[in-house]
Design a protein around this ligand. Structure first.
Ligand SMILES: Nc1ncnc2c1ncn2[C@@H]1O[C@H](COP(=O)(O)OP(=O)(O)OP(=O)(O)O)[C@@H](O)[C@H]1O
Length: 268
């Protein structure tokens, strides 16, 4: 082992002074954010805060506009990275992905398509090892019974779990979820939380983007608040999720109450 091997690992994401402008609109405004490998954090903010834009910057869909000398835009210590690097470290479950699976693709095929970043398998060659991995993931996520069901015939909650499976095929160190509980009913929300907690406890990092406090599973310890394209607060969950901070963020008076490690906003 060399002396270099003892140097601290690079953060997964290191952004400093990142501004992103699209169509004349400032989506991110001088954002600085460092996320370590394996961290569990939530990015919380109202509609239009820039949360999805931040995810697009993390996944390199968006690049900083007119970066200055003080701009840092790094992934694992690198200024440039390719889709392959990214996929092996970050599994993405985006909010609109479910609606791109419009054909009768089975649950197992949804998961397998993660190997090819495709929507369905088409001409891709699936190896026995891939089949095994997909079946292990279906089992882990408690959706083995959906392996042969067409995606068009599963509920939103089930579809969401299959898409998580799709994002896990490369064993990414971190799972990024953009508004994952939209349109889930109470039972589906309950199953989804259970699944996410299991993933977090297995050691996978979680970056959860949401506007719902109750999506923040107890394993998430850090919360970043966003508004108008900027990060307005970043810190330990109990210090960030106060009535005052959340009231100011959403511009509405709220009561915050805590139950079994979850936070709920009520009274608005
Ligand atoms: N490509 C684009 N060109 C111009 N404006 C955009 C573009 N993408 C997003 N916006 C605008 O930028 C703002 C931030 O959008 P973004 O989707 O990042 O917010 P969000 O916090 O994810 O919102 P939501 O919770 O509603 O999904 C919004 O006002 C949106 O309309």
């Amino acid at each position: 082992m060399t002396a270099e091997d003892h140097s601290p690992p690079h953060p997964l994401i290191e952004f400093r002074n990142v501004t992103i402008v699209r169509g004349g609109h400032r989506l991110l405004d001088a954002v600085s954010l460092t996320i370590q490998e394996g961290e569990h954090l939530a990015i919380l903010g109202p509609n239009g805060a820039g949360k999805s834009s931040l995810i697009r910057a993390i996944t390199r869909e968006y690049y900083p506009s007119s970066p200055g000398s003080e701009t840092v835009f790094r992934f694992r210590g690198l200024d440039t990275w390719d889709a392959f690097d990214l996929r092996s470290h970050i599994g993405l479950v985006s909010g609109d992905l479910q609606y791109t699976f419009t054909r009768g693709i089975s649950g197992r095929e949804v998961v397998l398509s993660g190997f090819f970043s495709s929507i369905g398998l088409f001409y891709h060659e699936v190896t026995p090892a891939m089949e095994q991995k997909a079946d292990d993931i279906l089992e882990f996520l408690d959706v083995a019974h959906l392996a042969d069901r067409p995606m068009t015939e599963v509920s939103s909650g089930e579809a969401r779990r299959l898409l998580i499976g799709r994002a896990l095929v490369h064993d990414p160190g971190t799972l990024v979820l953009d508004e994952p509980t939209n349109s889930l009913d109470l039972h589906a929300l309950h199953s989804f939380r259970k699944t996410l907690r299991k993933i977090a406890r297995s050691g996978t990092g979680i970056i959860l983007v949401t506007h719902n406090l109750h999506d923040i599973i107890p394993e998430i310890s850090r919360v970043v608040l966003m508004r108008d394209g900027a990060i307005v607060m970043d810190g330990e969950k109990a210090e960030v999720l106060t009535e005052r901070n959340i009231g100011e963020l959403f511009r509405v008076q709220v009561h915050i109450h805590r139950e079994n490690g979850y936070y709920y906003a009520t009274g608005y």
